[in-house]
Write a protein that binds this ligand. Structure first.
Ligand SMILES: NC(=O)c1ccc[n+]([C@@H]2O[C@H](COP(=O)([O-])OP(=O)(O)OC[C@H]3O[C@@H](n4cnc5c(N)ncnc54)[C@H](OP(=O)(O)O)[C@@H]3O)[C@@H](O)[C@H]2O)c1
Length: 297
C-alpha cells in the first residue's frame, strides 16, 4: 500500500507535504477552560495516563481539586506526571499497572481506593493501535488490541463500579474513538476493539444507572499524541522530524469540520465536562469529540 493511501486516510491528504492553499482552518485556541474546582473532594482514577490524552486528563482533574490515581507501564513517565501534578499543588499517585493483566488492573483500582478513601470518577483510557491490514495482522497483535482496548474496559467497569456505588455514585468514562463509527485501512483490529466499547458503555449504563453510576464514552477524532506518531512510518516514511511535525500541525482536509487535529488537552477538557455534574443526565452514549471529522461525506 502506498504512503499516499495512508496519507489520504489518516491526515487525509494533509497538507504538510502537498499544501492546501487557502483552506479555512479553525486553528484558534480552544475556548477558555471552565473555571472553578469541580472535583474538590472527589477521587478520580485514570488508566493510561503516562502520555497523551490520559496524561492531560490526570493533570486537569488534579487541577480542579481531585485526588488522582493513575496507571501506565512506563514508570519514568508515570513518576514525571505525578511530580508535575504535585509541583502544581495537586494530589496524584502513579501506580504501575498493565491493564491487560486482570490482577494488575484490579490491584490498581483497589490501591487508588485505599489511598484516597473512595472512588467517584474512573476514566478507562489506556489504548493501543497496531497499524496493519487485517490480512497482515498477527494473532498476538489482535489479542493485544482487544485485551487493552476492550477487555480492560469491561474489567475496569467490573472492578470500579462497586467502589463508585459505595462512594455514593459517580461516573465511568471510557475513551472510545471515532473508529467506533467509521474506519480506515490499517485500523481493523482497532475499530473492532473500539466498536466493543460502544456496546460496553450502553450495557454498563443500563446495568449501573440504578446504582447512581453514569457511563459515557468520550470518542476522540485524530488527536496529536504518540498514537498518531505511530502512523509516521506508513504515511510519511521519508519525512524528517520537522516535516512530520509540520504535517501534523498543518491543515487536515480529512477532518471535515475544523481541519486540524485535536490537542490532547482539548480531549481532557471534554472528559472533565462529561464527568461533571453539569452532565448529570448523560449516560449510555458515545460523545464524538472529533472536530467534525465524521460530519462530512
Ligand atoms: N490519538 C488519537 O488520534 C486518538 C483518537 C481516538 C481515540 N484515541 C484513544 O485515546 C486513548 C489514549 O491514547 P492517546 O492518543 O493519548 O495515545 P498515547 O499517548 O499513546 O497514550 C496511550 C496511553 O495508554 C497507556 N497504555 C497502553 N497500553 C497499556 C497497558 N497495557 N496498560 C496500561 N496502560 C497502557 C499508555 O501508557 P504506557 O505505554 O506507559 O503503558 C499511554 O499512557 C486511547 O484509548 C486511544 O485509543 C486516540
Amino acid at each position: 500500500m502506498s504512503s499516499y493511501v495512508g496519507r489520504r486516510s489518516l491526515l487525509a491528504g494533509a497538507a504538510g507535504m502537498a499544501g492546501v492553499a487557502g483552506m479555512a482552518m479553525a486553528q484558534a485556541a480552544p475556548a477558555a477552560a471552565a473555571t472553578g474546582r469541580r472535583y474538590e473532594g472527589k477521587v478520580v482514577l485514570v488508566t493510561g495516563a503516562t502520555s497523551g490524552i490520559g496524561r492531560e486528563a490526570a493533570i486537569a482533574f488534579a487541577g480542579e481539586g481531585a485526588k488522582v490515581g493513575f496507571c501506565g507501564r512506563r514508570e519514568n513517565l508515570g513518576w514525571q506526571v505525578e511530580r508535575e501534578i504535585k509541583q502544581s499543588g495537586g494530589e496524584a499517585t502513579y501506580i504501575k499497572a498493565d491493564v491487560r493483566d486482570p490482577r494488575q488492573l484490579q490491584t490498581f483500582v483497589d490501591r487508588v481506593v485505599r489511598t484516597y478513601g473512595g472512588l467517584h470518577v474512573a476514566m478507562n483510557n489506556a489504548g493501543v493501535q497496531h497499524r496493519k491490514y487485517l490480512t497482515d495482522m498477527t494473532l498476538a497483535e489482535w489479542e493485544d488490541t482487544l485485551a487493552t482496548n476492550s477487555r480492560a474496559v469491561w474489567l475496569g467497569i467490573k472492578y470500579q463500579a462497586p467502589h463508585i456505588k459505595e462512594s455514593g455514585g459517580g461516573v465511568i468514562l471510557v475513551t472510545g474513538s471515532a473508529n467506533e463509527f467509521a474506519t480506515r485501512p490499517y485500523a481493523g483490529a482497532y475499530a473492532a476493539s473500539k466498536g466493543a466499547v460502544t456496546g460496553l458503555v450502553r450495557s454498563a449504563a443500563v446495568e449501573l444507572g440504578a446504582s447512581g453510576i453514569r457511563v459515557v464514552a468520550l470518542s476522540p477524532g485524530t488527536t496529536d499524541t504518540a498514537m498518531v506518531d505511530g502512523w509516521r512510518s506508513i504515511m510519511a516514511p521519508d519525512a524528517s522530524d520537522e516535516e512530520w511535525a509540520a504535517l501534523k500541525a498543518g491543515p487536515q482536509p480529512g477532518i471535515d469540520g475544523l481541519k486540524r487535529m485535536a490537542r490532547p488537552k482539548e480531549l481532557a477538557t471534554a472528559a472533565l465536562a462529561l464527568a461533571s455534574e453539569d452532565m448529570s443526565f448523560l449516560t449510555g452514549v458515545s460523545v464524538l469529540v472529533d472536530g467534525g471529522m465524521l460530519a462530512g461525506i
